[in-house]
Design a protein around this ligand. Structure first.
Ligand code: C5P
Length: 240
């Protein structure tokens, strides 16, 4: 995979105009654009088509979590939108993910389109061990063990990979194999501000840990010259 293909730019903005300005500037420097709850809920599915019409691929980051029938229906919609990838919460369970996989592949075959990559979110990186025990009542298990167990469950359901912290890449790849995809946020080149990210990894470190895709937002979008910032990250990855 080319270095730039690994970069997924987080379009954490409200407006179509700013989002599409970034798409026009950066479509030749990144592999895909991530549309999350902020932008999708402001602009609706048209924003996905607008990005695609400009030649960009889209990761729809809406983290579905509902009964199997409802998530499978949302998956058919995502397939019709022809997004590049989208995600669900592994906490929705194996049946929810298995139904999703089945329906997405059926729909893709019916439409003769590529099925989106199906990703599971395991334990949100914002949750601490203490919250896991005191608020979710998951005891006697470390966050890392839970992440690996949920990644294994996602894989058994037929999912393509997980969104995880760079620290979790090695244990997940060891358990699930190198072919099971990892998508990692929390990426900060040494020259960029950490912002609110706590456990950060440089693009080169994430690549060395074996990540497949890295979600990067502010180091590129808040840079004085976003294209130059993206190119510096590509150069860093190519030097690995
Ligand atoms: O601007 P920054 O590079 O911090 O953006 C990271 C993106 O990845 C944001 O869209 C954020 O919501 C997302 N994300 C994250 N940490 C997670 C999961 C998602 O930063 N654990």
């Amino acid at each position: 995979m080319q270095a730039k293909e690994r970069i997924i730019l987080a379009l954490d903005v409200d407006h179509q105009s700013r989002a599409l300005e970034l798409v026009e500037q950066l479509k030749n420097h990144v592999g895909a654009f991530k549309v999350g709850m902020q932008l999708y809920n402001s602009m609706g599915p048209d924003i996905v088509r607008d990005i695609q019409n400009r030649g960009g691929r889209v990761f729809v980051d809406l983290k579905f979590h509902d009964i199997p029938n409802t998530v499978a229906a949302a998956g058919r919609v995502m397939t019709r939108l022809q997004c590049y990838m989208f995600n669900v919460h592994a906490a929705g369970g194996k049946e929810m993910m298995a139904r999703l996989v089945q329906e997405v592949h059926k729909e893709a075959q019916k439409l003769q389109v590529q099925a989106p990559l199906l990703l599971a979110v395991t334990v949100l990186t914002s949750l601490s061990q203490q919250q896991l025990e005191e608020e979710l009542f998951i005891k006697d298990m470390s966050v890392e063990d839970l992440v690996v167990q949920w990644a294994l469950m996602a894989q058994a359901a037929g999912m393509d990979g997980v969104v995880c912290s760079p620290q979790e890449i090695r244990p997940i790849k060891q358990a699930c194999g190198e072919g099971f995809k990892t998508i990692t946020p929390g990426i900060r080149p040494v020259w960029a501000a950490a912002n609110d990210q706590k456990r950060i990894t440089t693009p080169a470190q994430a690549l060395e840990l074996g990540t497949d895709y890295m979600v990067i937002g502010r180091p590129i979008t808040a840079a004085a010259d976003p294209v130059e910032a993206a190119q510096k990250i590509i150069d860093e990855l190519e030097a690995c």
